[in-house]
Design a protein around this ligand. Structure first.
Ligand code: NIG
Ligand code: FE
Length: 410
């Protein structure tokens, strides 16, 4: 059976293609889960007459479905009391050294049942979906045993089956050293490389591998060993690097052809140039920057000058970025980091797709791409990163189907 042809007309299209082309009075044709045609209404192909369904979008803006390319949204509990300590001047690192921080959430996740973990994660995912997100990356990293990491990844996959969203999973077993391995970080890394990674990969739970390269995480040599093990299995790699300390993670990630290098507050122009040369995406996480009251900003001017591909993500997690709003991250990326509105839009669409290895598949309104898009009740596209706490997403189309209607749709 041929797949359903649907016409979406009377739209203003922010295509997010390489030229960031905008089409006023645009239209889209989707066939099943894919976009078949995009362009000005005046050039609609004759095939549009065969559409079995037509939606008049009444002049709304349409963007590719947003892509949140860095989240830790599967977790249990909160760390509100640690946030309160941080407000009183105790640093994130100090809390971690006292056995709190990521390890607080590890304790909560280990105690939570699978259904609790799923149920607690749902509101966070739904918050993102209401904001036009159709693809989300979810990391493990709060289990830190083989079974608990597997549980986190299975919950992430289950969320993807239960909601209109594409979930990409990332194994972040190297998030922090679990207490069982105190003083034996190298042994822990070896266990991940030799046992956990192959087992989780064999179960189809791992789309990419990440590491927290930091004084309170893992050092450069350990990070590279993880990259070795992942790449031997053909898995793409990512890294949390140069967030609190410049450890050399960005240069190593560039050398190893990582998909993305995330945070980068302490990065330099040399790092920016290396990332640009390797095509590694710089993922900027302004909510974590804000909540940790980090002093130094990522070197945006150097990243721009080098031509580094920049993405923006929510970093949704219970410690450094409590909450689940990609729109807020977009607002912060302009105001706090100085990205342009266009850079931010590219950062949550085409460049975010690239950070997940999904370029050519999603993140752009073009023929052959996934029919994932968000429909916005806004007058100008710049309103996307402008409103704070006001969500103008009218509806979301995922895999060609109207998936998530906002409250003000008729
Ligand atoms: O991206 N830095 C490591 N990972 C998270 C924080 C996780 C946590 O504090 O629970 C981040 O900021
Ligand atoms: Fe993170």
């Amino acid at each position: 059976m041929t797949e359903r042809l649907t016409l979406w007309r009377n739209a203003r299209l922010a295509t997010c293609d390489a030229a960031m082309r905008v089409i006023e009075d645009g239209a889209l044709l989707t066939r099943g889960p894919l976009i078949e045609w995009v362009g000005p209404a005046s050039e609609l192909p004759a095939a549009a007459g065969e559409a079995t369904e037509t939606h008049d979008l009444r002049g709304a803006w349409v963007t590719p479905g947003l892509i949140d390319c860095h989240t830790h949204l599967v977790f249990a509990g909160t760390r509100a009391s640690e946030y309160a300590q941080r407000l009183r001047g105790v640093s994130y690192e100090e809390i971690a050294r006292r056995g709190g921080g990521i390890l607080s959430t590890v304790r909560a996740v280990r105690q939570a049942s699978d259904s609790q973990l799923f149920d607690e994660s749902v509101p966070r995912l739904q918050a993102l979906l209401r904001e036009g997100v159709t693809t989300v990356e979810i990391k493990s990293g709060y289990g830190l045993t083989l079974e608990d990491e597997a549980r986190m990844l299975r919950v992430a996959r289950a969320l993807g089956r239960s909601f209109p969203v594409t979930v990409k999973t990332t194994l972040l077993a190297a998030h922090t050293l679990p207490p069982e391995y105190a003083g034996r970080a190298d042994e822990y890394v070896d266990t991940i490389c030799r046992e956990w990674l192959p087992a989780l990969h064999a179960e189809g739970l791992v789309d990419a591998v990440d590491v927290f390269c930091e004084t309170i995480g893992f050092d450069l040599a350990q990070s590279e060993r993880l990259f070795d093990a992942a790449q031997k299995l053909g898995l793409p790699v990512k890294i949390h690097a140069e967030q609190l300390t410049r450890m050399g993670g960005a240069l190593m990630a560039a050398r190893r052809g990582a998909l993305s290098c995330d945070h980068l507050e302490q990065a330099t122009a040399e790092d920016a140039a290396a990332l640009a040369a390797s095509g590694t995406v710089a993922v900027l996480l302004p909510v974590a920057f804000h909540c940790l009251a980090t002093e130094r900003k990522p070197p945006i001017a150097a990243l721009r000058a080098a031509g580094t591909c920049m993405a923006v993500a929510s970093d949704c997690n219970p410690g450094s970025a409590p909450g689940a709003s990609l729109l807020l991250a977009m607002s912060m990326a302009t105001r706090l980091f100085g990205l342009t509105e266009q850079e931010v839009l590219a950062g949550v669409t085409r460049n975010a797709a690239r950070a997940l290895g999904l370029q050519g598949e999603r993140g752009v309104l073009a023929a052959g791409m996934a029919a994932d898009f968000a429909i916005w009740d806004i007058e100008t596209i710049d309103e996307l990163g402008y409103w704070i706490g006001l969500n103008r997403c009218r509806a979301v189309v995922q895999a060609g189907r109207m998936a998530n209607r906002g409250a003000h749709d008729d």
